[in-house]
Design a protein around this ligand. Structure first.
Ligand code: NAP
Ligand code: L37
Length: 319
């Protein structure tokens, strides 16, 4: 009875919908991160006579979405003062050729960060695991090698590179002022790039974490328990507002293109969360676009600057 009074008070006198959630802007937060990094790079440049952090983005093939994300990354790097190179191999490249290319970048002392943009677009069979593990852990700014992923899963957070998307999600959660410790967090998805590292990050920030996947029965029930919900399933608008706990923090990693005849392009981008209904229940919510996407780019820049700083530290102590 009491809880139903509290509930109707929250709903307001008319019993109408709850006020809408606070939107957490990835565009604004990523801009702040990029400005901070630009200052750090300027300091490095003046302290170490023209030294610049450097990043290589290796692409196999020619996927439209990868082309777009890579050009966003190159533009962000240029603005910050990171020297970024795009190395593109044709979709006919063999696994050996891809591995050889990675090895040669590993050996190049002037490169501090190397990512292989996934998914690979190749006519040949290429083992993703072999490729992500070939990147030297010291340059693995995507945090996808076993060494970095293993450290993260054990809670050695200060000693590894954290994958960019989950790292960006944590930054957005921090923006809300809601503390993670002691909260119940639910992650939908268990991929190596989003769900699994997100689980680890939340866990080691002291949340109690439930990770859901395609075999999880009763997803709405799991979602309804989340104080913090992070979704990376790749299913357009799958999470409905009615599932969401009132006041929850909702972070939507999904990037899905759905048909929209009102647009010139004939399509539009939506997340994995049904935004308009979730907006009525959540306390905080990220939009798509303009949420997690720009943060993924900003955190890649952050990892690259961190890698260059570690390089300088190691080289100084050797001299
Ligand atoms: P993925 O490798 O396809 O993984 C999807 C995960 O979601 C899997 O673990 C899968 O479960 C789970 N899943 C799929 N359908 C489900 C369902 N109906 N119920 C519960 N779980 C379900 O995808 P990903 O690379 O992690 O990407 C996920 C989404 O994030 C995509 O929309 C992608 O475009 C987006 N993304 C965004 C960014 C960004 O910067 N914003 C970066 C990377 C990815 P199983 O393991 O059982 O198959
Ligand atoms: N680091 N990121 C890294 N490594 C990889 O292997 N695949 C992959 C990866 N993913 C990635 O780059 N994702 C990504 C997704 C979205 C954006 C950038 C990077 C982005 O900028 N999204 C915008 C625009 C979305 C759109 O219109 O399509 C956004 O506002 O969400």
């Amino acid at each position: 009875m009491l809880s139903s009074v509290a509930h109707s008070l929250r709903l307001g006198c008319q019993g109408s919908r709850r006020s809408i959630a606070t939107v957490i802007s990835g565009n604004k937060t990523s801009k702040l991160v990029r400005e901070r990094l630009k200052n750090e790079v300027e300091k490095m440049k003046s302290q170490f006579s023209g030294f610049r952090p450097s990043l290589v983005v290796l692409q196999v093939g020619d996927r439209d979405d990868s082309n777009l994300y890579i050009s966003t990354k190159l533009k962000a790097a240029a603005e910050i003062g990171i020297d970024a190179k795009h190395v593109r191999l044709p979709n006919t490249a063999t696994q050996d050729e891809v591995l050889r290319s990675i090895m040669s970048i590993n050996e190049n002392l002037s490169v501090h960060g190397l990512i292989v943009q996934l998914p690979l677009d190749s006519v040949n069979h290429i083992n993703n695991e072999l490729v992500t593990n070939a990147v030297s852990p010291e340059k693995d700014v995507d945090g996808l090698s076993c060494i970095n992923a293993g450290k993260l899963s054990r809670g050695d957070l200060s000693d590894c590179f954290i994958p960019c998307t989950p790292s960006g999600c944590m930054e957005l959660i921090r923006q809300t002022g809601v503390s993670v410790a002691g909260k119940h967090a639910v992650v939908i998805g268990r991929s190596k790039i989003v769900g699994a590292p997100m689980h680890d990050l939340l866990l080691w920030n002291h949340a109690t974490v439930t990770t859901c996947h395609s075999k999880t029965p009763d997803l709405p029930e799991q979602v309804s328990r989340a104080d913090i919900l992070v979704v990376g399933a790749g299913r357009a608008e799958m999470v409905r507002g009615e599932w969401v706990k009132e006041g929850a923090v909702v972070i939507d990693c999904g990037i899905n293109h759905i048909p929209d005849e009102t647009r010139v392009s004939g399509k539009r981008v939506v997340g994995d969360v049904h935004y308009t209904s979730a907006n009525q229940r959540a306390g905080f919510i990220t939009p798509v676009p303009g949420g997690v996407g720009p943060m993924t780019v900003a955190m890649l820049m952050e990892n690259t600057v961190q890698s260059a700083q570690r390089f300088l530290l190691n080289n100084q102590s050797r001299t």
